[in-house]
Design a binder for this molecule. Structure first.
Ligand code: COA
Length: 686
C-alpha cells in the first residue's frame, strides 16, 4: 500500500538550496517547504553549495532554513524505493570534512536527518525555542546518516541512546546543556550569526573523529523494551547507538546505514509510514480543502460528566473560552470540579505551568441554563446517551445560538439525523464523537447528517485539529466506524467464549497480537453497562445481527459492571488490586455452555486472533462498501488512534493485507460454520 504522498518529489536543486557569499562568508539556505525535508534535490543542492563555498575559500558557511523549521528529517516520501544519489551519509561526510567550517543555525524542529546534518557541521547554534530529536523509531526506522554514531560522540552514549530509541525531542536548553550546541540565541538569527562569527571558537575536531566513553545501558534497555510494545526499531536503535563505544565511526556508521536501509522495507516501517501520511490526509478531507471555516473562540459544552469535562479540558488547553451548561447548579458545580481536577493534575505533573493553569481556569465557567451559550461559536452536547434528551438539548441550543454556529452531538451510537430532525437550520448540526478520556484520546469521529453543510464540516475539522485531535469523517450507521467494528469484535469473541474459549484466553491472544487490552479487560475498564444498553436497544429494534450470547447480560444482571463499579467485578475480579480471572465467571460460562449444548471447541491462540481479525476486517470492508468510511486508511487511523490497535501493525486493513486475505477468508468460513446466519460477508469474503 502506498499513499498519495509516497511518491512526491520536490523541485530542482537550484530552487531548494541557495548560496550567498559576502566578505568571505557564505550563507547557505535550504528552502524546501513545508518542512525542508532532505529530498534528493536538497542533497544535490547541498553538494553544489559545498563546492561553491570551498571554491570561494569562505571563512565560514552558515547553514539556515527558510520557513517554519530547520530540516525536519529525511524525505519520508522517498523511503518506498531505493535512495537516489547522492546519499545523505556522503553529503554529511563531505560537509564535515569541508575546509570551510559549517555553522548550523537552527529553529523549529530539528529532527532525524535534520539533526544528523547539524551533527556534521563544525558548529551548532539555535533559537531558544528549537527542539531536537531522532524520531525515526516512530516510523519503524533508525537514523541512517551517522546520527547514532555522531550523537554519542557529542553528548555521551546514554543520552544519545535515549534520544535514538525513545524518539522524543528535547529542548534547546537541555541539548545545549549536554554539549549539543555552541550557543543559544533569541531573536534575529542574522545578528546571531554575525555575533557568533565575530567570536568564532577554535574549530573543534570532527565529531566523527572523537572517542566515546562506554556506559551501562541496562536500565535504558529494559525501559525501551517495555515501551516498545512489539515495535522492533527502538531496541535496534539502542543497540546500534551502543556500537559507537565499540567501533570506529566508519564501521559503526556503515552498520547503521545498512540497518536503516533494511528497515525501510520492513512491514513495521511500511505500516508506520503509511499511518504517518494517513494521519495527515484523513484529517484534511480533499473536498473540504477549499471550504471557508468559521473561527472558533468560544465553545459551549452541555453536560459536565466525564465526557463533557474531558472535552471542556481539551478546549481550554487549546486556548478556547468554554461555557459548560448543566441542568442545575449542583451538577454545574460537579462539572466544574471535574474540569478543575484535570487542570490540577496537568499542573501537578508538570505538563503545564501555573500561568497556563490560571489561563485555563480564567477561560472556564460552568452554570445552569443555556443563556451563556448565546455567543458560542460551536456547541457540543455530551449528555446521557438518549435520543430524546439529546434532542431537547439541541432545541435549547438552537434557540439561543447564532444560526450559523455548528451544534454537535457527542454520541457513540445514535443517529445525528434523528437528533436534529425538524430543527431550524439543519445544515449546522453534526456528530462529533470524542473518545474517553476526551482530554487525552486523540480520535474524533466527525459525523455529517444528510443536511450538514460543507462549511459546518470544515469548521468542525479545523476545530478538532486545533484541539490537537485526529478527526476522521464517518457516515451514519450504528456505532459509526469505530464502535461498529468493535461490536463485530465483541460478537466473535463472545461466540468463541460460548463455544469453548475462556474470556481470559481470548484476552491473552489479543494482547499477544499487540492490543493493549483484550476485549474483556477493555469492557471491565470502560464499564459493561453502555454496551448492555446498546445491545438491548438493538435487540428491541430487531437490528441485532445473528446469534446472541447472553453471558455479558448475565454479568450485568449480577451487578458485575466492571472495574470501579459497586461490586468491583466484571469479567475479572478487581476487588483486590489488579484484575484476576474469576472462578465465578468461569462457572457462569460453563453453565451457559451446558444450557446451550455448546460443542466445547478449543481454539488455539492463532485461531482466536484469526477469527477475531476476520470478523473485524469483514466489518471494515462492509463499512467501506456502504460508504460509511471513504478509504482503508480512515479505518486504520480510527482503530490505531481510538482502539489501541498497534501502530506498527498499521491498522486492520494493512494487517489483513500483510497477513494475506486467504488466511482470513478461511477463518471467516469457519466463523460462518460456527455461528450460521450471524455474519454478512463483505465482497472479499463472499
Ligand atoms: N518527509 C516528507 N514529508 C514530510 C516530512 C518528512 N520528513 N515531515 C513532514 N512532512 C509533510 C507532511 O506529510 C505534511 O504534508 P501535507 O501538508 O501534504 O499533509 C507537511 O509536511 C506538514 O507536516 P505536518 O506534520 O502536518 O506539520 P506539523 O507542523 O504539525 O509538524 C513536523 C511538523 C516536522 C514536527 C512533523 O511533520 C513530523 O514529525 N515529521 C516527521 C519528522 C520525522 O520523523 N523525521 C525523521 C524522518 S526519518
Amino acid at each position: 500500500m502506498t499513499t498519495r504522498s509516497e511518491n512526491q518529489k520536490s523541485g530542482p536543486a537550484d530552487k531548494v538550496v541557495h548560496v550567498q557569499i559576502e566578505n568571505g562568508h557564505a550563507l547557505v539556505t535550504i528552502d524546501n517547504p513545508p518542512v525542508n525535508a532532505l529530498a534528493v534535490t536538497v542533497r544535490r543542492g547541498l553538494m553544489e553549495a559545498l563546492a561553491k563555498v570551498n571554491d570561494a575559500k569562505c571563512e565560514t558557511a552558515a547553514l539556515i532554513c527558510a520557513g517554519r523549521t530547520f530540516v525536519a528529517g529525511g524525505d519520508i516520501s522517498e523511503f518506498a524505493g531505493p535512495p537516489p544519489l547522492p546519499h545523505l551519509p556522503d553529503v554529511l561526510s563531505a560537509i564535515e570534512a569541508s575546509d570551510t567550517p559549517f555553522i548550523a543555525v537552527m529553529h523549529g524542529t530539528v529532527l532525524g536527518g535534520g539533526l544528523e546534518l547539524a551533527l556534521a557541521c563544525a558548529y551548532r547554534i539555535a533559537d531558544k525555542a528549537t527542539r531536537f530529536g531522532l524520531p525515526e523509531v516512530n516510523l519503524g526506522l533508525i537514523p541512517g546518516a551517522g546520527g547514532t554514531q555522531r550523537l554519542p560522540r557529542l553528548i555521551g552514549l546514554e543520552r544519545a541512546a535515549r534520544m535514538a530509541s525513545i524518539g522524543k525531542p528535547v529542548t534547546a536548553k537541555d541539548f545545549a546543556g549536554w554539549g549539543g550546541l555552541d550557543q543559544i540565541f533569541e531573536g534575529d538569527r542574522m545578528a546571531a550569526i554575525a555575533a557568533f562569527r565575530a567570536n568564532l571558537p577554535a574549530r573543534p575536531d570532527m565529531t566523527s573523529a572523537r572517542a566515546v566513553e562506554d556506559a551501562d545501558l541496562t536500565a535504558l534497555t529494559a525501559e525501551v523494551k517495555k515501551a516498545a510494545k512489539g515495535s522492533n526499531a527502538p531496541l535496534i536503535a539502542l543497540e546500534t547507538t551502543a556500537l559507537a563505544a565499540k567501533l570506529p565511526f566508519a564501521e559503526g556508521a556503515a552498520i547503521e546505514r545498512q540497518t536503516h536501509l533494511d528497515l525501510r522495507s520492513s512491514s513495521q516501517s511500511r505500516a508506520l509510514r503509511r499511518l504517518f501520511f494517513a494521519g495527515r490526509s484523513v484529517t484534511r478531507p480533499a473536498r473540504l480543502k477549499s471550504v471557508d471555516t468559521a473561527p472558533v473562540n468560544h465553545v459551549a459544552i452541555v453536560g459536565g460528566g466525564l465526557m463533557g469535562a474531558g472535552i471542556a479540558a481539551s478546549c481550554l488547553a487549546a486556548g478556547h473560552r468554554v461555557t459548560m451548561i448543566e441542568r442545575d447548579e449542583p451538577s454545574a458545580e460537579a462539572g466544574h470540579g471535574r474540569v478543575e481536577a484535570i487542570i490540577a493534575k496537568d499542573l501537578a505533573s508538570g505538563r503545564i505551568n501555573q500561568d497556563k493553569a490560571d489561563a485555563r481556569r480564567a477561560g472556564f465557567t460552568a452554570s445552569a441554563g443555556y443563556a451563556g451559550a448565546f455567543d458560542a461559536d460551536i456547541a457540543i452536547e455530551a449528555v446521557f446517551e438518549d435520543a430524546d434528551v439529546k434532542r431537547a438539548v439541541f432545541g435549547e441550543l438552537s434557540a439561543v445560538m447564532r444560526q450559523d454556529a455548528p451544534i454537535a452531538t457527542n454520541t457513540s451510537y445514535l443517529d445525528p439525523n434523528m437528533i436534529s430532525e425538524g430543527m431550524p437550520g439543519p445544515d449546522r448540526f453534526l456528530g462529533l464523537h470524542f473518545f474517553s478520556p476526551a482530554n487525552i484520546m486523540k480520535l474524533v469521529e466527525v459525523v455529517g447528517t444528510s443536511a450538514t453543510s460543507d462549511r459546518t464540516m470544515a469548521t468542525a475539522f479545523a476545530f478538532a485539529r486545533g484541539l490537537g485531535k485526529i478527526p476522521v469523517e464517518t457516515g451514519v450507521c450504528d456505532g459509526f466506524i469505530g464502535n461498529r467494528i468493535l461490536s463485530a469484535y465483541r460478537r466473535q469473541a463472545d461466540y468463541m467464549v460460548a463455544d469453548g474459549a475462556s474470556p481470559y484466553e481470548v484476552d491473552a491472544a489479543m494482547r499477544e497480537l499487540g492490543m493493549p487490552l483484550g476485549p474483556y479487560e477493555l469492557q471491565d475498564r470502560t464499564g459493561l453497562q453502555i454496551s448492555w444498553a446498546n445491545r438491548k436497544r438493538q435487540r428491541a429494534s430487531g437490528t441485532w445481527p445473528g446469534r446472541y450470547v447472553e453471558i455479558a447480560d448475565q454479568l450485568c444482571e449480577l451487578g458485575r459492571l466492571g472495574r470501579g463499579s459497586p461490586t468491583n467485578r466484571g469479567w475479572y475480579d478487581h476487588s483486590d488490586g489488579p484484575g484476576k480471572p474469576d472462578p465465578e465467571v468461569e462457572a457462569i460460562v460453563q453453565t451457559y455452555r451446558a444450557e446451550h449444548g455448546a460443542k466445547h471447541e478449543s481454539f488455539s491462540r492463532d485461531e482466536i486472533v484469526l477469527r477475531v481479525m476476520a470478523a473485524i476486517v469483514n466489518e471494515a470492508h462492509l463499512i467501506l462498501e456502504e460508504g460509511i468510511a471513504f478509504a482503508p486508511e480512515d479505518i486504520d487511523v480510527v482503530w490505531t488512534e481510538g482502539y489501541g490497535f498497534p501502530k506498527h501493525l498499521g491498522g486492520l486493513m494493512f494487517w489483513a493485507e500483510e497477513t494475506g486475505m486467504a488466511k482470513l477468508r478461511a477463518a471467516f468460513a469457519a466463523m460462518q460454520a460456527q455461528s450460521p446466519g450471524s455474519w454478512k460477508a463483505a465482497k472479499p469474503f463472499a
